[in-house]
Design a protein around this ligand. Structure first.
Ligand SMILES: N[C@@H](CCC(=O)N[C@@H](CS)C(=O)NCC(=O)O)C(=O)O
Length: 233
């Protein structure tokens, strides 16, 4: 199996956290294809986004689908939660993180440049993020983990989503939507000590540093030059 992934990509980080937590090592490698760096990821996968999981039978896009595939392929290690209701709660929290937090923050990145931004668009999207956090506040557990008393896929989606809330949203000129004294804030404080969370947070911070200091751009330019100098087959 190969996962097409990037350090800074929160949707990829979500799948990597699951892979680390499940201890999947056999025949699994990570790669960022040069086509992604060239803005041509759709030559590999029609949706044109990472992560994508390559398995013997073909490609699987969409982080949530990959996550379910991994749970089904390795059922003895699955991170789906315990009782039927707990399993539903895991999916609800994962969807809140995915659709209402990460997706809206991603969309708001299109308005990152203050010179060209349409403030009303940004206000709308960040308003939706705050609404998502409000919903999460009602659904999240009060213990160490998002649902129940062990790590589940809900944590794997929430960690990169809350990282975006706390580090990306302020870069867009808004306060972090994670407010002190809430259950979400308490969870966020605690989960950052989890070893698998630590690992992907380090990777995302490394990716952010590489983006900000120009290393990412340099590596992409070198990879593109290498790909273009290869004789076409
Ligand atoms: N719904 C998708 C979203 C994936 C996504 O947006 N990935 C970003 C990187 S984190 C991407 O590939 N962006 C490239 C683009 O938008 O062209 C998933 O859950 O996998």
């Amino acid at each position: 199996m190969k996962l097409y992934t990037g350090d800074l990509s929160p949707y990829s980080a979500k799948v990597r956290m699951q892979i680390y937590a499940m201890g999947i090592q056999d025949a699994l490698s990570f790669d960022l294809p040069v086509q992604f760096m060239m803005g041509k990821m759709n030559e590999i996968s029609p949706i044109g986004r990472i992560p994508v999981l390559e398995v013997a039978e073909g490609l699987i896009p969409e982080s949530e689908v990959i996550a379910e595939y991994l749970d089904e392929r390795f059922p003895d290690k699955a991170l789906t939660g315990g009782s039927l209701k707990e399993r539903a709660d895991v999916r609800v929290v994962s969807r809140i993180a995915d659709i209402y937090l990460m997706n809206n923050i991603f969309m708001s990145l299109s308005q990152a440049n203050p010179e060209t931004r349409v403030q009303a668009v940004l206000d709308l999207l960040i308003g939706q993020v705050r609404r998502g956090i409000g919903a999460l506040e009602q659904h999240i557990g009060s213990g160490e983990f998002a649902v129940g008393d062990s790590l589940t896929r809900a944590d794997c989606t929430l960690v990169p989503a809350l990282w975006m809330c706390s580090s990306t949203v302020p870069r867009l000129g808004f306060d972090s939507p994670i407010k002190a004294g809430t259950r979400v804030a308490s969870y966020w404080d605690k989960i950052q000590n989890n070893a698998f969370a630590v690992k992907i947070l380090d990777e995302m911070n490394k990716g952010m540093k590489a983006r900000l200091d120009g290393t990412e751009r340099k590596m992409a330019e070198e990879a593109i030059a290498r790909a273009q100098s290869k004789p076409s087959q």
